[in-house]
Design a protein around this ligand. Sequence first.
Ligand SMILES: Cc1ncc(COP(=O)(O)O)c(C=O)c1O
Length: 381
Amino acid sequence: MKLFDVYPINPINIVKGVGSLVYDDKGTEYLDLYGGHAVISIGHTNPRYVKRLEDQLHQIGFYSNSIEIPLQKELAEKLGKVSGKEDYQLFLCNSGAEANENALKLASFYNGKKKVIAFKNSFHGRTSLAVAVTDNPKIVAPINETDNVIFVPWQDEIALEQAFAANEISSVIIEGIQGVGGIQVASESFLRKIRTLCDQYNAVFIADSVQCGYGRTGKFFSHDFAGVDADIYSMAKGMGNGFPVGGIIISPKIQPAYGMLGTTFGGNHLACAAGLAVLEEIEQNNLMQNAAVVGDYLITELKKFSQVKEVRGRGLMIGIELPAELANVKKDLLFKQHIFTGEAKPNVIRLLPALNLTKAYADRFLEAFTTVLNQQLVPSS
Ligand SMILES: Cc1ncc(COP(=O)(O)O)c(C=O)c1O
């Protein structure tokens, strides 16, 4: 049997990882500033994480949500403490798309309405509702098309007000920083406007924190910079440091009912053990503060490069926009300098490293970036 060929892949076989470094099958070392797409939050093979999972595996790996799983309550309590949303309620699932799917559905259960406001350039996942609120017609199949979604231009307050006035809005879904959309930071005033309009029209404010959340920006949720609370936060990626875990946290104003949401795998013992190891590491090693400090340093230094068009982001979620003629920089960083980075359109390099990235590794990247940029300017003979 062949694999269903949907991924354009790099010809590299990574077989080992330690912290922010990974190694291929030939022993070549790479600096990982991509974290497998913002997933590796506390570093590869983090000792606390490995031990937690190993110990749990020797106890029990899985049982369904038909029994008590005290680890879920432990995870909810720790998440409440570390995120500062102690009065919220946790529902666990397995991925970012699934988290958003549950958030949108729950909002509709809550207020009985159908229409959703999403934003231009958004990405919220590939399952039916999640992809319907994603602004990319190429990944929306005919069966996913719906009249229930209104796409409003990014940061356009007037268009947002008009959409509310003309429709029965159930929810608004917004990334605090658009990731796939090219690292676009939502302004604090725009997030506050969403809060006000959601209150005015009894709509649910959904903060998609799948990529920009879990401490990556220096605050637990990047939406927190606006000083207002969303009603539901969706999360995944960094939550399990590679173990598939997702979830939503839900404001106390939304009440649960049996059968409203459900999942077979969500919240299993191994997933909770992974989630707890991540939160313990974030808390005990001040990783949010590290993300803010090392991220600020990188952003400041990157802004000094005259060849760079724009540097955007917060903490360790950074976009470096390059002019079209420097389209090979990402490839050269990987194949000549052995540094993994992410990408987004138009010609944006995305940095999404582990939250415990050191300044020394940041410097290693800055040196390599300088070398690659200098090589791009020398015409090859
Ligand atoms: C902001 C955002 N939301 C949702 C998702 C979907 O997450 P998953 O791939 O785990 O379904 C992603 C994935 O990149 C994302 O960046």
